[in-house]
Structures are given as structure tokens and as C-alpha cells.
Design a protein around this ligand. Structure first.
Ligand code: ZN
Length: 421
């Protein structure tokens, strides 16, 4: 009996960018529920679906990817809990982007700006306020409706080649397209990118923002791995998938958002001259070995060490009789809570500013979620900040907790205390 080559026996699909077989593991976080499925009290006694969180890397195009264990339609269609406008710093980030683009591209009443995955209109509202025609494309109906309510015309659709061909046939050719924190979230990245090549005006610019893989690995940001997040992107991998559809990277910016993101500007091949920043970032990724297996193979051991340190801290706090609460119940928090096995035995409760989550429980770990006022009422000794990417904003919001000496901690890269501003 002969053994078939590994790529024929593997049960996972080929690379979603270049179709090569994908077998190299980056990290396996075990089984986890969908991170945005916050539970109502009456749902606590029901069975919950758990899916694998096993991340692999393609040795040919270096796309780090999570298999589509759950369909994008199931995750993002229908009702979706995330409203961008609940984060102050995110709304401010959007305003700066709009001001910069309007100035740099000379956008005006004769232009068109299209955002893909436009959420509740948090970004396009700033272009609309400047008199520039806008169109949002958003797959979650309740979120699209929230955008229309604030005056942002919004199509309720998934984006890809098909939607782009329909909009182009209707006469839309946007000068600027924005895709912020969506490139990483689409199961079929190839069809998605093809849509931009179809719709974008001949001299148009599309910008993609996504968490930078290099920062994820160096910062041990394993909690940014969840089922909604199908790809973990380096510039190397993004350049390859764009080029496959006739798009060229013309600029790249580093942003502090989401623990360290890239904003890649692209146009149709050969239309705009690339800035030196493109070659600089590619050189940095190559120098760090992101075209080799090394950085991917080292990651799992650092994740396990980070988990052990966090559990040691929380167990020690509990043994000393301290009360611990979590601030924020973001999707990423649920990967961390499930992977580390943190339930109400270690964290009493969580608070969040989003009223949708109040009275609900975290998926899998069943930690109750309350409004932020609960902190002042119960005065916990330790506050675990789950959205650590907003640590400065949150530490400022929590300045009042110094009154009773609460310690603020963040869980990654390794658990540490945060000093108040
Ligand atoms: Zn590939």
C-alpha cells in the first residue's frame, strides 16, 4: 500500500489566492464559537456550534489563511452586532482619511466615492458632508439601514465581480474606492479583488486597510484570529493577489489601528508611479523572512507562552481573593477567552459600551456583559482590557477607576499592567 502525497490526503482546500496546496500550520487555536454570537439568557442552555481555528500559510504566495469553516453569508448576512460608530477613535480615524483623500485627490461634486463593507456609514458620512456623491455597499441589512438613516445611500449586497459588473452597468465608476478592514474578512479574496478591477475608474485609486501580518506575529496578537477573519495579510501576499487582477500597489502607509495596520493604495496596472514606500515595506518583509517558513513556524510557541502567562496572572489574582472584570467584549476577546479557557471562574463579568450586548453573554465562555457603569458599582481590583488596540483610549475612559486603585491589564503580547495617562 502506497501513501498518497500530503497535499492529496489533506482535507483542507487549496490556497484561496493562488490555488496551491496549503499544508503548513501557523497556529491551531482549537475549537471556538463564532465570536459575534453573543447569547441571550434563554440561549445559555442550548448547544453552541464550535468550529476549528486552525491557521495555515501558503508556501507559494505566503497568504496566511483560515479555512472557510463557516460561510461568509452565515457570518455577515442578516443581523450583525458590530456598529463602527461605537468606537470614538475609529470615527476620528475615518474623518482623517476623508480629509486626506479629498485634499490629495481633489475630490468634489463631480466625483464618486464608494466604500465596500461600509458598515453604518461611519466613513462615507464625512465625504457626503463635503458635498461629494457616495455609495456604500454593505451585506448586513440592519447595518445598511442604519447607514441610510444617517443619509448615506447604501446597497445591501456582498461585493465581488458580480456586484461590480452590475454597478458598472448602472453607470457607476468611482474615483475612490475604500475597503477598510474587509480584505481580510472575505472568503473568496480573488473574486473580491476582481470586483475592484471591474468597477474602479481608469485613473481611480482604491485603498485597502488590513491588520499587518508582521505586527500580528511580532505582537503575538493571536486573538485577532477568528472565523470572520479569513486572511492574515502581508504586503507580499496582497501584492500578488492584486497583480493577478491587473491592479498595482502604488503606495503603502503604516497605521496604528487594530494593533498595526497597512493602508495599501492601488490603481490599474501602469497608471500611477509607485512611491518608494512600497519597495521599502517589501524589503522589510523579506528581511524578516516572510517569504520563508521561519516566522510562521515560530509563532505557535510564542502564543502558548502568552496564554500561560495570562492564566498565571488571573489564577494568582483569584487565589488572592481579587475581583477581575473585563472591559470590552469585542470579537477578538472571544477567541482569547475560549482559547485560554477563561470563564466566570476567573473573570466575574465584562462591560461594553454597545447596548446590543447588554444582558447578553460571551459565546462559549458565558461571561455576562453589562453597561460600563457596573465598574463603579462593583469596584473590581483588576480590569482586563480585551480591546488592547484601544488601550490608551480605554485607559483614559477608565481614569476614574484609580479612585479605588483598580489595576488595568492587557493580555498580549504578554500580560502587562497599563499605566493611566
Ligand atoms: Zn497561495
Amino acid at each position: 500500500m502506497t501513501t498518497a502525497p500530503a497535499h492529496l490526503t489533506a482535507t483542507h482546500p487549496p490556497c484561496r489566492s493562488c490555488q496551491a496546496p496549503v499544508s503548513r500550520t501557523v497556529v491551531d487555536l482549537g475549537m471556538s464559537p463564532l465570536c459575534e454570537t453573543f447569547l441571550l439568557p434563554e440561549e445559555l442552555n442550548r448547544m453552541e456550534p464550535f468550529y476549528p481555528l486552525h491557521v495555515r500559510v501558503c508556501d507559494r504566495c505566503h497568504l496566511v489563511q483560515l479555512e472557510e469553516y463557516v460561510s461568509g453569508e452565515e457570518i455577515f448576512g442578516g443581523e450583525y452586532a458590530y456598529f463602527s460608530s461605537y468606537s470614538d477613535s475609529w470615527v476620528a480615524h475615518a474623518k482623517r482619511y476623508a480629509d486626506d483623500r479629498i485634499a490629495a485627490m481633489g475630490l468634489g461634486p463631480g466625483s464618486l466615492v464608494v466604500e465596500v463593507a461600509s458598515n453604518d456609514g461611519y466613513l462615507l458620512q464625512h465625504f457626503a458632508a463635503a458635498g461629494i456623491p457616495v455609495l456604500g455597499i454593505e451585506p448586513a441589512e440592519n447595518v445598511a439601514e442604519a447607514a441610510r438613516a444617517r443619509g448615506v445611500p447604501t446597497e445591501n449586497a456582498f461585493f465581488g465581480r458580480g456586484t461590480a459588473e452590475r454597478l458598472r452597468a448602472e453607470g457607476h465608476r468611482p474615483d475612490l474606492m475604500a475597503a477598510n478592514n474587509v480584505l481580510a474578512h472575505v472568503p473568496d479574496i480573488s473574486d473580491f479583488v476582481a470586483g475592484f478591477a471591474v468597477l474602479l475608474a481608469d485613473r481611480g485609486i482604491v485603498t485597502f486597510e488590513f491588520p499587518h501580518l508582521m505586527r500580528l506575529i511580532e505582537g503575538v496578537q493571536y486573538d485577532t484570529i477568528y472565523h470572520e477573519h479569513f486572511s492574515y495579510l502581508s504586503l507580499l501576499a496582497v501584492r500578488t493577489v492584486l497583480a493577478a487582477h491587473g491592479l498595482q500597489v502604488v503606495d503603502v502607509e503604516e497605521l496604528p489601528t487594530h494593533g498595526g495596520s497597512l493602508r495599501v493604495h492601488a490603481g490599474h496596472e501602469g497608471v500611477h508611479a509607485p512611491t518608494p514606500r512600497v519597495a521599502d515595506m517589501l524589503e522589510r518583509e523579506l528581511a524578516a523572512g516572510y517569504d520563508t517558513p521561519a516566522p510562521y513556524e515560530r509563532f505557535a510557541a510564542t502564543v502558548e507562552a502568552s496564554k500561560r502567562a495570562l492564566l498565571r496572572y488571573l489564577i494568582d489574582a483569584r487565589e488572592r481573593g481579587l475581583h477581575v472584570a473585563a472591559y470590552g467584549a469585542p470579537g477578538k476577546g472571544n477567541t482569547l477567552l475560549n482559547y485560554c479557557g477563561i470563564r466566570t471562574d476567573l473573570v466575574d463579568y465584562a462591560v461594553d459600551r454597545n447596548p446590543y450586548k447588554h444582558g447578553r453573554f460571551t459565546p462559549g465562555t458565558h461571561i455576562p456583559i453589562h453597561p460600563p457603569e457596573r465598574l463603579a458599582e462593583t469596584r473590581p481590583d483588576v480590569i482586563l482590557i480585551l480591546p488592547w488596540n484601544l488601550r490608551d483610549e480605554i485607559a483614559a475612559q477608565l481614569a476614574y477607576t484609580a479612585e479605588w486603585g483598580a489595576r488595568l491589564i492587557v493580555p498580549v503580547p504578554v500580560v502587562q499592567e497599563v499605566t493611566r495617562p
